[in-house]
Design a protein around this ligand. Structure first.
Ligand SMILES: Nc1nc2c(ncn2[C@@H]2O[C@H](COP(=O)(O)OP(=O)(O)OP(=O)(O)O)[C@@H](O)[C@H]2O)c(=O)[nH]1
Ligand SMILES: [Mg+2]
Length: 494
C-alpha cells in the first residue's frame, strides 16, 4: 500500500539519521523531502500546506533540534499529524433500530456492489447479524444478478424486483421484508454513474429523503486520487455522508485520496477495500494507517487478519488446545493451509513493522512459491505418524529420512519445519488464555509502545467542512505541480 509514499518518507527520515544534533537547515532539507513525497503521492495542496505548517513548527522547535534523536522525533511528529489528518472517524456504527438502513452510493465501478457484500460479511462475522441486501441499482440489468450471486455465496438474503422501475419502491419493499424476516440491517446497493450528474444526485436524494437511511456511505476508488476527493465533496453536499469507503487500495493507489478526503470534505473514512475478495475489507483506523504509511506496520490489523482465517469453532478449539499447551503439528498444518490463499501471506507481511514495501515483498516471495512452500510443509506433516505429529521430538534421523522420502523433500527441510513449529508454539501458547479482546489490546499496546506512549493520545481535530469549487481544485493542482517542480529543481541544484 502506497509504496512510493512510504519510500519517500523513509528517505526523508533517513537523510536526517546519524547526524546527531541537527541544524535548522538540515531539518528544513528533511522537511522538504517529506513535502515532496506528499506532493508526489497526489495529496491535495491545501492538505499539504496545513500539514507541513504544523509539522515544521514542531520540527524546528528547540526540543526537537536539540534532542539526541531528532530524526526519530520527526517520525513521531509526522505520525501524530497523520493521525490527526486521517481522523477521528466518529463513533462506531449504532445498529439499535429494529431495521437499520445503510445506503451505499458512488460513481460507476467504484466498488459499491462489492462493498455491499464485504460489509454484509463483516456484519455476519463481527456483529453476528444477517443483513438483507437490496438491489436498488435498476440501471444495469446485470446489477441485480451480481448482487444475487454475492448474496448466495454469503448466505445472505437479497431483495430484488426485476419488474419494478422505481428504486424507492424497491428500497421500501426491502425494508418491509427485513422487518418481517427480522433482518436487523438492510444494505442498499444503488446505481452508479460515470460522472456526477444531476439525475443521479436527484435519484439518490429522493431515496435518501423517502427511505431515510441511518447511514449513507460513499464508495470511492482510491486509485483515482483527487477525483475521488472531488466526488466525495459533491456527494457530501447532496447527501450529508456518514462516511467514505475507500476501495482498491491494494492496487497502485498513491495515497493522495486517502490523506486528503477528510481534510477537504470533512467526511471521515470508515472502511477500506483492499482486494476483490469478500474478506478484503478493513475498518479504518487512523493510527494503524499512519503507522503503516510510516512503514511501522499495523499489529492490530495483522491480528485481525490472523483471526479472520479461522472460524469461531476452530478458534475455540485452538484456544483450548493452546491453553493446555497442546498446539500440535496438526494444528500448525491447519494454520499454514489457511495461509496458502493467494496473496494473503504478502498482505500479512505488509502489516509487520519494518518490512520492505509491498512490491519488494512480492518480489521476495512470488505467490506461486509461497503456496508451493506451504504445500510442501503440509506434505511433510502428512508423512508423519499421528504420534509424531503430537510429539515431533521422537523423530530420529532414520525416521526423518523416511519422512523426507515420503514427502519428496530433503531431510534438512524436515528439521527446518520442526524448528519453525517449535518457534511458533511458545508464541501462540503464550497468547492463549487471553480473550480475543485482550489479545487485541495486547497488540494495540505493542503498537503504541513503538510509538512512545508518553505522548498520550493524539488530540481530536474538528473538521473544517471546507469544500472547493472545480476551479479552485484546478488551481491547486497547478500549484502542486509548480511546488513539486520547484522542490525538484532545488534538489537538483544542490
Ligand atoms: N482490487 C480491488 N478491486 C476491487 C475492490 N473493490 C471492488 N473491486 C473491483 O472493482 C470492480 C467494480 O466493482 P463493483 O462492486 O461492481 O462496482 P460498482 O460501484 O458496484 O459498479 P456499478 O454498479 O457498475 O456502478 C469489480 O471488478 C470489483 O472486483 C478493491 O477493494 N480492490
Ligand atoms: Mg454495482
Amino acid at each position: 500500500m502506497f509504496d512510493s509514499l512510504q519510500d519517500g518518507l523513509k528517505g526523508a527520515f533517513k537523510s536526517l539519521r546519524g547526524k546527531g544534533k541537527l541544524t535548522e537547515s538540515n531539518m528544513r532539507d528533511g522537511l522538504k523531502l517529506v513535502e515532496t513525497s506528499l506532493l508526489e503521492a497526489d495529496v491535495s495542496i491545501d492538505v499539504i500546506r496545513a500539514f507541513m505548517d504544523r509539522v515544521t513548527e514542531q520540527a524546528l522547535g528547540e526540543k526537537v533540534l536539540l534532542a539526541l534523536n531528532p530524526s526519530e522525533q520527526l517520525v513521531k511528529i509526522v505520525y501524530e499529524e497523520l493521525v490527526q489528518l486521517l481522523g477521528p472517524v466518529g463513533d462506531d456504527l449504532r445498529l439499535d433500530q429494529e431495521v437499520n438502513i445503510i445506503m451505499m452510493c458512488g460513481l460507476q465501478g467504484s466498488g459499491k456492489t462489492t462493498t455491499c457484500g464485504k460489509l454484509a460479511r463483516l456484519l455476519q462475522r463481527e456483529a453476528k447479524i444477517t443483513p438483507l441486501l437490496c438491489a436498488a441499482d435498476l440501471q444495469r440489468p446485470a446489477a441485480i444478478d451480481q448482487l444475487s450471486v454475492l448474496g448466495e455465496s454469503l448466505g445472505v438474503p437479497v431483495y430484488f424486483d426485476k419488474e419494478e422501475k422505481d428504486p424507492i419502491k424497491v428500497c421500501r419493499a426491502a425494508v418491509a421484508q427485513a422487518r418481517a424476516n427480522k433482518n436487523p440491517v438492510v444494505i442498499l446497493d444503488t446505481a452508479g454513474r460515470l460522472a456526477i450528474d444531476e439525475e443521479l444526485m436527484e435519484q439518490l436524494k429522493s431515496i435518501d429523503r423517502e427511505v431515510q437511511p441511518h447511514y449513507v456511505f460513499l464508495v470511492v476508488d482510491g486509485m483515482t486520487g483527487q477525483d475521488a476527493v472531488k466526488s466525495a465533496g459533491a456527494f457530501h453536499e447532496a447527501l450529508e455522508l456518514n462516511g467514505v469507503v475507500m476501495t482498491k487500495l491494494d492496487g497502485d493507489a498513491r495515497g493522495g485520496a486517502l490523506l486528503s478526503v477528510k481534510h477537504v470534505t470533512g467526511v471521515p473514512i470508515r472502511f477500506l477495500g483492499t482486494g476483490e475478495h469478500l474478506e478484503d475489507i478493513e475498518i479504518f483506523r487512523p493510527d494503524g494507517m499512519a503507522s503503516r504509511i510510516l512503514g511501522m506496520g499495523d499489529m492490530v490489523a495483522l491480528a485481525q487478519q490472523a483471526q479472520n482465517l479461522v472460524d469461531e469453532d476452530e478458534q475455540r478449539r485452538m484456544q483450548e488446545a493452546l491453553e493446555k499447551g497442546q498446539f500440535t503439528l496438526d494444528d500448525f498444518r491447519n494454520h499454514m493451509q489457511k495461509m496458502a490463499k493467494p496473496g494473503l501471506m504478502q498482505k500479512m507481511m505488509g502489516l509487520l513493522p519494518g518490512m520492505p514495501n509491498m512490491s519488494e515483498i512480492n518480489e521476495m516471495m512470488n505467490q506461486g512459491d509461497t503456496s508451493k512452500q506451504i504445500k510442501q510443509m503440509v506434505g511433510i506433516i502428512d508423512s508423519m505418524t499421528p504420534v509424531e505429529r503430537r510429539n515431533p521430538k521422537i523423530i530420529d534421523p532414520s525416521r526423518r529420512q523416511r519422512i523426507a522420502v515420503g514427502s519428496g523433500v530433503q531431510p534438512k527441510q524436515v528439521s527446518e519445519l520442526i524448528k519453525q513449529y517449535d518457534t511458533m508454539k511458545p508464541m501462540l501458547t503464550g497468547m492463549a488464555g487471553m480473550g480475543v479482546g485482550d489479545r487485541m489490546k495486547q497488540m494495540q499496546d505493542l503498537q503504541s509502545q513503538m510509538m512512545d506512549p508518553s505522548r498520550g493520545m493524539p488530540k481530536t481535530k474538528k473538521h473544517t467542512g471546507k469544500r472547493l469549487t472545480p476551479k479552485e481544485k484546478k488551481q491547486q493542482a497547478k500549484e502542486r505541480e509548480k511546488r513539486l517542480r520547484q522542490l525538484r529543481r532545488e534538489k537538483k541544484n544542490k
